[in-house]
Design a protein around this ligand. Structure first.
Ligand code: CA
Length: 228
């Protein structure tokens, strides 16, 4: 798979954190670990993940407070959060509170169950990173086979153009800024100029239009790019 899904695990208990991280990594996820809420917020802003698994009981700032903060900000509100809480009263309370969490899992949980929930959230928000085929207009993209077709013709793309297209195809119509594209396509670890985005969008346009057809990528002046 080209785009590895990135999970931020926020869990103060080392053994639970490691078991979860081990299993997610074995399934091809990129994992960032945080032990406290403050650390989670810092890591989130450094490299925004695709999903957060967040323990409720943390030393210092609680998981609920972290969840509220992330859901309040434009930059982070779309990232799904799965809250972990202890069984019984805590579990009921966490559900009753309007934290904005996308899902809840009570401890003790089965790792397989939690992974299934993680995938379910990602199928909704980042379908290409969990291998789901995407389509828009006469375009189809299959992240498993790494193939793109426009109508009956296969479109050959380099790895960066492929990631760029899959990111745009996840939500046609939504404008992604160059900054957002840099995060999702290149990741924050690599230093690239925002004009690099323009260069690769240009290459993608050219590849998609090789045999004619409408230009499916829209340039929004001063904002960024969208599909359609
Ligand atoms: Ca805990």
């Amino acid at each position: 798979m080209v785009n590895r899904p990135h999970v931020l695990i926020v869990e103060d208990e080392a053994s639970q954190r490691e078991i979860l991280a081990y299993n997610l990594e074995a399934e091809g996820f990129a994992v960032t670990r945080a032990e406290t809420g403050d650390e989670a917020l810092t890591l989130f802003s450094e490299t925004p993940p695709d999903i957060v698994v967040l323990d409720w009981m943390l030393p210092g700032v609680s998981g609920i407070e972290i969840c509220r903060q992330l859901k309040r900000r434009d930059a982070s509100c779309e990232v799904p959060i799965i809250m972990l809480s202890a069984r019984t009263e805590e579990g009921d309370r966490v559900r009753g509170l309007e934290t904005g969490a996308d899902d809840y899992v009570t401890k003790p949980y089965s790792v397989a169950e939690l992974m299934a929930r993680v995938r379910a959230q990602l199928r909704r928000t980042r379908p290409s990173v969990v291998g789901q085929a995407l389509s828009y207009a006469d375009l189809t993209l299959d992240p498993e086979t790494y193939r793109v077709h426009r109508g009956d013709r296969e479109v050959k793309l380099g790895p960066t153009e492929f990631r760029l297209l899959s990111t745009l195809m996840e939500k046609p119509g939504r404008v992604l800024t160059r900054e957002q594209l840099l995060d999702r396509v290149w990741g924050r670890d690599i230093f690239v100029d925002s004009r690099t985005v323009d260069v690769h969008v240009g290459r993608l346009r050219k590849a998609l239009g090789r045999h004619g057809g409408d230009d499916l990528i829209r340039t929004v002046r001063g904002a960024g790019y969208s599909l359609g």
